[in-house]
Design a protein around this ligand. Structure first.
Ligand code: IMP
Ligand code: MG
Length: 198
């Protein structure tokens, strides 16, 4: 059945590809190799933050050539839907005890850095042997000091909102194999240029 024009509406606003699946795959291969080298002789525990990091984690683990474990944590930011408030609620906690573990926190994107700062404090309080961060994406607006605190970074990207490869807009578009820019709807300028669903 041919869809009515109105049924095409959910994809309106999906902009150009910022990072193709090939770009992502190449870089994630490099990150996996680096993690394998750095943690040789240890069994790191990768802690992924749901939901955005689930696609990245799935590809990253298959690029890491050493034994390791994974666990998941789900958090929700209070306040507006696409802007971090810095106040984070734990929706699902970890199953594995972090005491004396080499923990690698896996994040989809560091935007304001507020979510990460909160998680870092919270995980550090559980006495891991070490705590590092692997972020697929980091905004170019993140300060050099905060940027330097990230052990592994996939790509530095501009301020545009992005979707795909696990990242969502109101739970949509996580399934897209490439990372796309989200073009804000021109007909709703009062909503601001880069945060379409606030
Ligand atoms: P932060 O606390 O501002 O660093 O927010 C980080 C979280 O906001 C990420 O883990 C994402 O879930 C979400 N986020 C920030 N920017 C984007 C984006 O461009 N697309 C989709 N989600 C985003
Ligand atoms: Mg999100």
């Amino acid at each position: 059945m041919v869809p009515e024009p109105s049924q095409a509406a959910p994809t309106a606003g999906l902009g150009r590809v910022l990072l193709s699946s090939a770009d992502l795959s190449t870089r994630i291969g490099e990150l996996g190799e680096a993690i394998g080298r750095d943690y040789l002789g240890r069994v790191p525990l990768l802690v992924a933050v749901l939901k955005g990091a689930f696609v990245f984690l799935a590809d990253l683990v298959r690029a890491i050539p050493i034994d390791h474990e994974i666990d998941f944590m789900a958090v929700a930011s209070y306040g507006a839907s696409t802007r971090s408030s810095g106040i984070v609620r734990i929706v699902k906690d970890l199953d594995i005890d972090l005491e004396d573990r080499h923990v690698l926190l896996v994040e989809d994107i560091v935007d304001s850095g507020l979510t990460l700062a909160y998680l870092r404090r919270m995980l550090a309080s559980r006495n891991p042997a070490s705590l590092e961060v692997c972020a697929l994406l980091v905004r170019e607006t993140v300060s050099p000091v905060d940027r330097a605190s990230l052990r592994y970074v996939g790509f530095t990207i501009p301020a545009d909102f992005v979707v795909g490869y696990g990242l969502d807009l109101a739970e949509r578009y996580r399934n897209l194999p490439d990372l796309h820019i989200w073009d804000s709807p021109k007909e709703e300028p009062s909503r601001g240029p880069s945060r379409p669903d606030e």
